[in-house]
Design a protein around this ligand. Sequence first.
Ligand SMILES: Nc1ncnc2c1ncn2[C@@H]1O[C@H](COP(=O)(O)OP(=O)(O)OP(=O)(O)O)[C@@H](O)[C@H]1O
Ligand SMILES: [Mg+2]
Length: 255
Amino acid sequence: MQPVIRLEGVCKRYGGRPALDGIGLTVGPGEFVALVGGSGSGKTTLLKTLNGLIRPDAGHVAVLGEDVARAARPHVLRRRIGYVFQEIGLFPHRTVAENIAVVPALLDWPTERIVARTAELLQLVGLPVEVKDRLPAALSGGQRQRVGVARALAGEPPLVLMDEPFGALDPIIREPLGADYRALHERLGVTTLMVTHDIAEAVLLADRVVVLKEGRILADGAPAELLSQAADPDVRALLEAPLRQARRLEARFGA
Ligand SMILES: Nc1ncnc2c1ncn2[C@@H]1O[C@H](COP(=O)(O)OP(=O)(O)OP(=O)(O)O)[C@@H](O)[C@H]1O
Ligand SMILES: [Mg+2]
């Protein structure tokens, strides 16, 4: 089957310093991949090469069967990729419904289809339909992130890229949002690449974890596989951290 994402030898430098240093990565249809790594390791840069916001200095990037650098109509390709930004990124002066309808409107969907899709998406992401006429400022942080997810899914994209989608949220709302998104991923049959700082989140949600360090892929595999087989001690330490914390919590509560 044709991969959804394929990067080969991708390099990107800023002022002589590599942000991406020879990335090779293939993601197949329906996979849920978590991209983890420290601050500045190149996670956002990698995501942005996939939708053409950043052009690599070397290498090839193909998404949904198209070479991103040579796409005849890059904006058309971009509309087939849902993107949840690291910063919240909703339009502050547009209502929730208008924010969700951005891509469907660009795709020239008829109004009735947009209205129906908006209602369906609000339900999918677990928001009451009444919020549709509110401005983003009148929502909680968690609700805003749910709108961000709804907006990314609005145009029925086969690929969803998420850059720390739940990063700004406290753990209490973060956990159900992550689990809800995972269920949506299954239900809609999309391919998801999600950047996160949170190893526990990556291990719990993703089928596959890719670890980046200084613009290179340090490890790539199923969570259990990485924990038992990763040759790199940094990768082991990273994946063991949430387990150690869980054991300490268990000990403290006598569970
Ligand atoms: N526009 C830019 N100009 C110069 N340097 C940049 C630019 N964008 C990113 N960088 C540098 O490239 C490296 C990778 O940045 P990137 O944003 O991809 O990191 P990240 O892994 O997403 O980090 P974080 O977890 O903090 O979001 C960093 O060293 C960053 O300073
Ligand atoms: Mg980033």
